[in-house]
Ligand binder design. Structure first.
Ligand code: HEM
Ligand code: FES
Length: 770
């Protein structure tokens, strides 16, 4: 069925013919390929034609990450008003049936235009904030446990029918504050509503569905009325009824009625499908499932990676309100857009090795499964909580779970909501851990509310060798405990090791081409509180360690004409990896290595052997101190200096760099500059969020990062002390008081980004591109 005619004027191009490509003409989101795997079905588009017109559905289709995000970002140019339009045209009979029930579903947040949308979203946001969501954790946990109790001894279950469908619906009803006695009926009706909006019911089915939807509408009205009698209880609906008293013009009666119905739909099937997709994906990648069983701290990031890789919302819709271009393609006013967020989530331009399922992916939570900007899913953190608890409960109680082999997965044919209709799993109940150890039932980790912390993304490595490298220095060689390749790294990268409860950073100094092992050199610090002492005294071949990273915020700029590398003492580790790289790339470089005694300079033999004349050794006991004033000669343009070493050396270089062109000096700090915020000295300020349409106040004792998170804005972080660069946010306006060690002088002066964990506003306001 072709629902759209080609929007291009053919009369002007008779010779060239219609410009809709063969692939675009063949695209059908109800066809087999898209139904089987949406991002795969539009791979051709991501690669060749990222914005195309589909005559089959009469929509323009957008498939690349940047374009999809740009559409989400601008909710005025790209109106969400068609987001819930029925995808299958409704028969007259069904419309009459709905009218019989006075069905008057109104705009509800998700499909509402400005200026109405934002005041409502703000007025209704509070119950979704992390602080309030924390109160729901025990309820979600209890429900999940009760459902698992029902089948844990059965040995086989359809997880969708026996748990994943009902728990999110019941959580949604609790969250909404619906009285228990009404839950069963609403549960039945909400299923009909889903079919009504997203499904492809036949004309006869449409009437039956319309009957149920009409009843759902009436019943939702009754529940609202009942709650209105006493709106003092917990939940989003009583909260909204109370908010209506404060702002009756913003939250109207018909609006309350509509969100009662739409809230259930928004919260239910999205989450049920996301959970089924996640468990299916994990069991299909059995070794990953086992990693989660062994280390539940990986669950929050695994949830994000599941939402990225196989999310439950495959595509969303927007209406173009003025002539514009998307990804360079002219799009007329009135065009309808199908923005394929599941395809954006597999875009190589944003996610390295995007098709791979990697639960340690650091930017997994950049996925667009929850949308983005001012309409971004308000319930995302409730959904994340449910998914984390489901995975924790199942990996703890049924670690031996496996998919029933050879089952065929079926999906409700539709463009957007995606999850298997059934998910059959099996296990040997006699091997259930709780049969031999009841304590597994008491074990649980607190839920991570919000986007995951990269701190929790760890892997276990084995020490292959510990070898002396200089006085007080050993080199450690680490391999993956399971024999798998380790993640790739580039010169300048470091890893974080957990050493006897302390986290310590070490630069990698081995060969990046060797993916089987990492090498680091560790100096025994005289004042060691345990980190380096532990390495020297306790680690032996065969010991295991927990590692995070690698991460690189000390990257070589490939564009330099000449590189000056400066290492002081153990600071040689990142520098030697850089020197090796420059040598094999045939670049122009020189290497300066400073130390007090030759016998204390690690990797000196290797530096001499591999870097010969490029190397100058500045050894204190031989009177060879480095003169920083002569480092950069007259011909300064295109010279870059990279330095790592003691703070004294770095400070001298920083002073000298004042006379060098901007951005000449790059230094690696490992020392925290973290200082407690003193509210008596700091001032509060407002942060306006251009994409989300919010203004957030940052108190004098609060970081921007903390204020953003409290307002439900996703922003990742790692070190939270200005060292790593992961909490970066784009700055659109306002002067930043930069307090990090990540940005260069020139970057600070450009004032286009800031590190939200430590930097602040100079004045009373900043505008960020979030
Ligand atoms: C909006 C996805 C769970 C409540 C949205 C949007 C998407 C989405 C794609 C539209 C975003 C946009 O236009 O930018 C999901 C997914 C979920 C989920 C994938 C589960 C994995 C929930 C839950 C709730 C909820 C549990 C409620 C408790 C909402 C609301 C909106 C929304 C109220 C409208 C926000 C607005 O337009 O201002 N969701 N959702 N969602 N979602 Fe969710
Ligand atoms: Fe590391 Fe902000 S979290 S710089």
């Amino acid at each position: 069925m072709s629902t759209g005619s080609c929007p291009v004027d053919h009369s002007a191009m008779a010779a060239a013919g219609c410009p809709v490509s063969a692939n675009a003409a063949a695209f059908d989101p109800f066809g087999e390929a898209y139904q089987a795997d949406p991002p795969e079905a539009v791979r051709w588009s991501r690669e060749e034609e990222p914005v195309f017109y589909s005559p089959e559905i009469g929509y323009w289709v957008v498939t690349r990450y940047d374009d999809v995000k740009a559409v989400f970002r601008d909710n005025v140019l790209f109106s969400p008003s068609i987001a819930l339009e029925k995808i299958t045209p409704v028969s007259e009979e069904a419309t009459a049936t709905l009218a019989k029930y006075g069905y008057a579903m109104n705009r509800t947040l998700v499909n509402e235009d400005e200026p109405e949308h934002m005041p409502r979203r703000r007025a209704l946001m509070e119950p979704f904030t992390p602080e309030h969501l924390a109160g729901h954790e025990p309820m979600v946990r209890k429900l999940t446990r009760e459902y698992v109790d029902r089948f844990v001894d059965a040995g086989k279950a359809d997880l969708v029918d026996e748990m994943l469908w009902e728990v999110p619906l019941t959580v949604a009803l609790h969250f909404l504050g619906v009285p228990e006695e009404d839950m069963e009926t609403l549960r039945r009706y909400s299923i009909a509503h889903t079919v009504n909006t997203w499904g492809r019911p036949s004309p006869e089915e449409q009437v039956a569905v319309a009957e149920a939807v009409g009843k759902f509408w009436q019943f939702a009205g009754t529940v609202v009325e009942k709650l209105r009698q006493d709106p003092s209880g917990p939940g989003w609906m009583p909260f909204s009824i109370r908010a209506q008293r404060e702002q009756p013009d913003v939250i109207t009666d018909s609006y309350l009625h509509s969100i009662m119905m739409a809230g259930i739909v928004a919260a239910h099937e999205t989450t049920a499908n996301a959970a089924a997709n996640a468990i299916k994906l994990l069991l299909e990648n059995r070794s990953v499932w086992e990693e989660l069983c062994a280390d539940p701290a990986l669950i929050p990031n695994a949830v994000e990676e599941c939402l990225r890789h196989s999310g439950s919302v495959a595509a969303w819709r927007r209406l173009v309100t003025a002539d514009t271009t998307i990804g360079g393609v002219p799009i007329p006013r009135g065009a309808k857009l199908l923005i394929v967020n599941s395809s954006a989530n597999r875009d190589e331009r944003h996610f390295d090795n995007a098709d791979a399922f990697d639960i340690r992916r650091e930017n997994a939570s950049d996925h667009l499964t929850f949308g983005y900007g001012s309409h971004q899913c308000m319930g995302k953190n409730l959904a994340r909580m449910e998914l984390q608890i489901f995975l924790e409960e199942l990996t703890t109680r049924l670690p031996h779970l496996e998919l029933v082999p050879d089952q065929e997965f079926t999906y409700l044919p539709n463009t957007s909501f995606r999850g298997p209709d059934h998910l059959w799993v099996q296990w040997d109940p006699s091997a259930n851990p709780e049969r031999s150890d009841r304590s597994v039932l008491r074990r649980h980790r607190p839920v991570r509310i919000g986007e995951p912390s990269t701190r929790a993304i760890t892997r276990t490595v084995t020490v292959e060798s510990v070898e002396p490298a200089a006085d007080g220095v050993v080199t450690l060689t680490l391999t993956d405990g399971t024999g798998k390749p380790l993640p790739a790294w580039s010169p300048g990268a470091h890893i974080d090791l957990d050493l006897d409860g302390l986290s310590r950073q070490y630069s990698l100094c081995g060969d990046p081409a060797d993916t089987r092992r990492y090498r680091i050199a560790v100096l025994r610090e005289p004042e060691s509180r345990g980190g380096s002492r532990y390495v020297h005294e306790r680690l032996r071949p065969g010991s295991t360690l927990t590692l995070r990273g690698p991460r690189n915020h000390f990257r070589l700029d490939p564009a330099a004409r000449h590189y000056v590398l400066v290492a002081g003492g153990i600071g040689i580790t990142p520098i030697i990896a850089m020197a090796d790289h420059l040598r094999s790339a045939g670049a122009s470089y020189e290497l300066h290595y400073c130390g007090r005694t030759a016998s204390g300079m690690a990797l000196l033999d290797r530096a001499r052997r591999d870097h010969g004349e490029r190397l100058t050794v500045h050894c204190g006991e031989e009177g060879g101190r480095l003169d920083v004033t002569t480092l950069v000669a007259e011909e300064r343009d295109g010279v870059q200096v990279y330095a790592c070493g003691p703070e004294r050396l770095l400070a001298a270089l920083e002073e000298q760099a004042e006379s060098w062109p901007a951005d000449t000096l790059h230094i690696e700090h490992f020392t925290s500059i973290k200082r407690e915020l003193d509210p008596t000295v700091e001032h509060g300020f407002d942060v306006e969020l251009a994409d989300s349409g919010l203004t957030v106040h940052v108190g004098p004792g609060q970081t921007v990062l903390a204020a953003l998170r409290a307002a439900n804005i996703d922003i990742s972080s790692d070190c939270e002390e200005g060292l790593c660069g992961s909490c970066e946010a784009p700055v659109l306006d306002g002067d930043v008081d930069h307090r990090d060690l990540v940005l260069t002088k020139a970057e600070r002066a450009a004032n286009t980004v800031m590190m939200t964990c430590c930097s602040r506003a100079c004045g009373s306001k900043l505008t960020l591109g979030l």
